[in-house]
Write a protein that binds this ligand. Structure first.
Ligand SMILES: Nc1ncnc2c1ncn2[C@@H]1O[C@H](COP(=O)(O)OP(=O)(O)OP(=O)(O)O)[C@@H](O)[C@H]1O
Ligand SMILES: [Mg+2]
Length: 220
């Protein structure tokens, strides 16, 4: 396996309960500067795998290595610290605070060392790029599904993470908007030292990724 892998999974197994295995013997390498597509039937474990890559879930068997270091022995606090600094999640449902505006959702919780003014400028550029520049001051409770997903992607990119993990980021978008979002993810993942992992059913995205992982139907 390449030594410049940001993340390396070897023989990873996972289940939520004793009765059913969700992931079995998953071996995969996520190189710096690459975009990976994960696909497979509904319920096969794609979101679960993304949560493992983002250190939200611990594996049951096998190993997860970050830049060559096995994270199996890392404490919850160490894992949370890595996540906070390095991972930009775009969850399947956007997980915005409905009581706050789009801009408040995006600027809240950014690392303190970043100047708020430059973050706000980057935010405006990204919202504009994704065709939702007019929504900055709208309450998140009044966004459509596709608008919310784009806001979630802006939030992930604003953090300037090492890797973006995106779960069906184009699922609710028209073709033109999906292309803009996909281009942004491809550009991000191919930057030196970064990576993007995209869960998708869209064959066109799979075709344009640097590597594709197709998960089998999970077994009972
Ligand atoms: N927190 C949980 N507790 C128990 N079972 C779960 C949990 N989350 C997911 N599962 C189960 O694990 C399996 C894999 O779920 P997962 O969400 O990873 O699938 P998926 O491939 O992302 O599906 P979809 O394409 O529908 O989003 C499913 O059978 C699901 O019901
Ligand atoms: Mg899913």
């Amino acid at each position: 396996m390449s030594t410049d892998a940001l993340l390396q999974l070897d023989d990873v197994g996972f289940s939520y309960s004793r009765h059913r295995t969700v992931l079995q013997d998953v071996t995969a390498s996520f190189a710096a500067g690459s975009v990976t597509a994960i696909s497979g039937p509904s319920g096969c474990g794609k979101s679960t795998l993304l949560n493992i890559l983002g250190l939200l879930l611990r594996v049951e068997s096998g190993t997860v290595k970050l830049a060559g270091r096995d994270v199996g022995g890392a404490s919850d606090a160490e894992r949370a610290a890595w996540r906070a600094r390095h991972v930009g999640f775009v969850f399947q449902d956007a997980l915005l605070d409905p009581a706050m505006t789009v801009a408040e959702n995006l600027l809240e919780g950014l690392p303190l060392q970043r100047s708020r003014r430059s973050a706000a400028a980057t935010m405006r550029d990204l919202l504009e790029q994704f065709g939702i520049g007019d929504l900055a001051h709208r309450p998140a409770s009044r966004l459509s599904g596709g608008q919310g997903q784009r806001v979630a992607l802006v939030r992930a990119l604003l953090k300037d993470p090492t890797m973006v993990l995106a779960d069906e980021p184009t699922g609710n978008l028209d073709d033109v908007t999906a292309e803009v979002v996909l281009s942004a993810l491809l550009d991000f993942g191919r930057r030196p030292g970064r990576a993007a992992v995209v869960v998708t059913h869209d064959r066109r995205i799979v075709a344009r990724a640097d590597q594709s992982i197709e998960l089998p139907v999970s077994r009972r």
